[in-house]
Each structure stands twice: as structure tokens, then as C-alpha cells.
Design a protein around this ligand. Structure first.
Ligand code: CMP
Length: 141
């Protein structure tokens, strides 16, 4: 089924000038970019996005890292978009990510791991609505 998922190209990958290379991978895999914006998140904005992890020991560092520089936030649309994006990203910890995945190729550590992608349909809907209004999303047929 056609799905939408939220993608964030994180500050480490933006600093490496890898936005284009990463978006190219999404497009090459048949995902369409239906919304995109660049933001430099405040710690509070990052914290709200990752509220589900509030009790985890890495929450503070995660919020600090995600607000350390600009990010490119996008909505990807396509057949099976959530799982397809997760395959393209590879494992959260780049040391465990399969060769040829975005994290294997661009990530430095579990914190600076290049990209975020929604993990399920419900989280995708919530994450998209956290950053984008309906009017900012341009579905294409
Ligand atoms: P992301 O997919 O953006 O979701 C939460 C992020 O927390 C995750 O990627 C990692 O960058 C970061 N993180 C740091 N430590 C851990 C950990 N032990 N387990 C999961 N995520 C972690």
C-alpha cells in the first residue's frame, strides 16, 4: 500500500554535505519527496519530537545532538514507504548496519547516525503532523 513516512537527515549528515546523496537514495528506491524543509531545531523542539524516549538514558544527548545544527526534514511517499526507508537506512547503530545502507555509509555513531525514519504507521502519522501541516504536503499521482 502507498504510505508516507517522516525522514530527518541529521546534523552530522548535513555537515558532511550529504543531503543530496541521501535524497538520491530515497528517489532511486522509488520513494517520492512530497514535503521538505530545513530547520535548526531548538532543544525543546527536538525534545518534543523524541518525547517517546524521554525516560531513556540517551534522551539528553539525543536532544542536544539533534539541535546542534540544521536538519533536512522530509515526507517520503511510496509503496511500503516506512519499511523501505528503514531498509535504506540500516540498523540504528552504524556498526550493525548492513553494507550499502545510509548509516553504514554516512553515520559515525549511534547518536550521529545520519538519518531518522518513522518505525510504524502510527508513529509516521504523528511525526509528520509534528513538523508539517496538511497544506505543506504535496501528494503526487
Ligand atoms: P532515531 O531513529 O533518530 O531514534 C532515536 C535516536 O536515539 C536513535 O535514532 C539514535 O540516534 C539515538 N540513540 C542513542 N542511543 C541509543 C540507544 N541505545 N538505542 C536507540 N537509540 C539510541
Amino acid at each position: 500500500a502507498t504510505e508516507r513516512t517522516l525522514s530527518i537527515i541529521k546534523p552530522d549528515a548535513v555537515a558532511k554535505n550529504a543531503i543530496g546523496a541521501i535524497l538520491q537514495r530515497f528517489e532511486n528506491a522509488g520513494l517520492r519527496i512530497v514535503a521538505a524543509k530545513m530547520m535548526h531545531l531548538s532543544p525543546a523542539q527536538a525534545g518534543g519530537f523524541y518525547a517517546v524516549h524521554k525516560e531513556r538514558p540517551f534522551y539528553g544527548e539525543l536532544c542536544a545532538f539533534m539541535s546542534s545544527g540544521p536538519v533536512l526534514i522530509s515526507v517520503l511517499e511510496g509503496d511500503n514507504a516506512i519499511a523501505r526507508n528503514r531498509e535504506l537506512m540500516g540498523a540504528t547503530d552504524p556498526r550493525k548496519a548492513e553494507a550499502g545502507t545510509i548509516r553504514a555509509d554516512f553515520a559515525e555513531s549511534i547518536d550521529a547516525n545520519a538519518v531518522h525514519g518513522s518505525d510504524a504507521a502510527e508513529t509516521a502519522a504523528w511525526e509528520i503532523s509534528y513538523f508539517f501541516s496538511q497544506l505543506e504536503i504535496a501528494g503526487r499521482e
